[in-house]
Design a protein around this ligand. Structure first.
Ligand code: PLP
Length: 521
């Protein structure tokens, strides 16, 4: 691993960067809108962040006049406002206000090898000299496919595309064509990208979950009901529940897609052989089993979650780490399934897959280098998994010591803090009673102290990279403890002030979720 610049722990004076030219002021000023309807972190917890991000706020306001929310993707929006990056290096992001931020978001999990990996950058530069885009198959492309197949042998054949969203969309179409059955099964809470097939039952309010059974709930507006009607929702980690849903929809469901570790609602690990039993169940029912490994691929192990949990799916989707920080993704599976795509069959009989930038040589060169590095360095996995244990078990201990009800769920180098009285998270519904205001307060307090604890949204997660060090973890835990302490103090204050009736209501609400009443903090 290459050395990283040491943290200045956020204490350095902000660097003054030249103002960029002002763009045309069109559109309206941003509103205080939250895409997930999450609460605004309280002012007290945000103060330091706001003070340290004045230039970010100014630039973001300009961005918000040009693009909804001032961001490239809804997930990047958070309140009081996002910060803007200057550059990334190793395990850190350097922002436009001169802050050096310890990054546990790591490009939404794509940057297992850290920001600005030199070996990958050199491959990219080399490839650029041969043309940025060829539109014709090259040997580089074959080498990449062979390298991915070596890591994930269940993919006998593959196709490339540009994002995880495309990968799951094409994989589902292929699986539908192969099985001849239109409906797909998707776990409640799972995220498989931003296309209509899978933007179903990603979030809902607790009342809806109680009254709705497992009917698909479109995530946001603009998704045709006709598409939702092709999706059945199953409960992750509940094999009997999953079997019952498939039984109910017998002869209609031909595809089941799963995040092997359910990360849509944060991080939820498979319990009690769930994945192995899912394999048996889908095989018995002749359902194509797709492991969506866009997030877990090359992260949990070189061979992804399927190696980690020793389960062979029929199809796999991959992206993020597999592109070495560039736009590259793909899908693959058993030959007979992938042969559905054979162009020689003619358009009527083949399943269509295309894309101008598919297998873009820059992404492929970067991805090949990343996959090679990871294949040559099994110790990198030991490193990130050890740091993951240190960080996430450390967070649990700190929350416990401060008597803050919390559960830290993690596997390997991914984890998430749920502010909940539950001591086990098995599925999406278990996350609904988590205290999101507390999470935001904790998160923004940490970010104000220059630690970015993962993707800025409740129900997301933090990622380690090979560039993080023991010292980084120590510092992150110190900062996190400060945030837990502030939350404990606030909770005490509220409890002292809370009228008896409010405490009773909190107790009743907890009981509704089968939880213990909130403890004294
Ligand atoms: C499991 C999973 N599938 C698919 C996607 C979509 O990938 P992309 O953002 O590259 O479209 C993601 C993105 O986070 C993901 O985590």
């Amino acid at each position: 691993m290459k050395g990283v610049h040491r943290a200045n722990r956020g204490d350095s004076a902000p660097r003054i960067l030249p103002e960029r030219a002002r763009g045309p002021e069109v559109g309206s000023a941003p509103t205080s809108f939250s895409p997930g309807g999450d609460p605004l972190p309280s002012q007290k917890f945000s103060r330091k962040y706001i003070t340290r991000h004045k230039k970010s706020a100014q630039l973001w306001r300009r961005a918000a006049r040009l693009t909804p929310g001032g961001v490239e993707s809804n997930i990047r929006y958070f309140r009081p406002h996002p910060f803007l990056a200057d550059y990334g290096d190793g395990g850190y992001i350097y922002d436009v206000d001169g802050n050096k931020i310890l990054d546990f978001m790591m490009g939404f999990g794509a940057l297992l090898l850290g920001h600005n990996n030199r070996d990958i950058a050199l491959e990219v530069i080399k490839q650029l000299e041969s043309g940025s885009m060829l539109g014709v198959t090259s040997e580089l492309f074959i080498d990449y496919l062979a390298a991915v197949q070596k890591a994930v042998p269940s993919m006998r054949k593959m196709r490339l595309c540009n994002s995880g969203t495309e990968a799951t969309m094409h994989a589902i179409r292929t699986a539908r064509a192969y099985s001849g059955r239109e409906k797909i099964a998707k776990a409640e809470g799972a995220y498989h990208g931003a296309h209509d097939y899978v933007l179903q039952s990603l979030d809902m309010d607790p009342r809806m979950a109680r009254n709705n059974g497992y009917k698909p709930v479109p995530y946001g507006r603009g998704i045709p009901k006709a598409v939702s009607d092709t999706v059945v929702i199953y409960p992750y980690n509940d094999i009997e529940g999953t079997a019952a849903i498939l039984e109910e929809n017998e002869d209609e469901v031909g595809t089941l897609i799963v995040e092997p570790v359910l990360c849509g609602p944060g991080v939820i690990v498979p319990k009690g052989n769930y994945l192995k039993r899912l394999r048996q169940l889908t095989r018995k029912r002749k359902i194509v089993l797709i492991f969506d490994e866009v997030l877990t691929g090359f992260r949990l192990a070189y061979g992804g979650a399927q190696e980690y949990y020793d389960v062979r799916p029929d199809m796999t989707t991959f992206g993020k780490i597999a592109g070495g920080g560039f736009q590259l993704a793909g899908f693959g599976g058993e030959s007979q399934i992938m042969e559905t795509l054979e162009p020689g069959r003619g358009w009527r009989n083949a399943t269509f897959h295309a894309g101008t930038y598919n297998g873009h040589p820059i992404g492929v060169a970067a991805g090949l280098k990343a996959v090679q590095i990871l294949g040559e360095h099994p110790e990198y996995y030991e490193h990130v998994n050890r740091l993951g244990r240190q960080l996430f078990s450390g967070l649990q201990d700190l929350a416990d010591d401060r008597r803050i009800p919390a559960w830290v769920e993690y596997v390997g180098s991914i984890g998430n803090v749920y502010f909940t009285t539950k001591d086990e998270i098995r599925n999406f519904r278990d996350t609904l009673s988590a205290n999101t205001r507390r999470w935001w307060n904790w998160f923004i307090h940490c970010l104000g102290n220059n630690v970015l604890f993962g993707i800025p949204n409740t129900g997301e997660r933090a990622f380690l990279s090979t560039e993080h060090t023991d010292e980084d973890i120590e510092w992150a835990l110190e900062v996190a403890d400060g945030a837990f302490a502030a939350i404990a103090k606030e909770a005490h204050r509220h409890r002292e002030k809370a009228p008896a009736v409010q405490l009773q209501a909190a107790g009743e609400q907890a009981a509704m979720y089968g939880e213990a009443p909130p403890p004294s903090v």
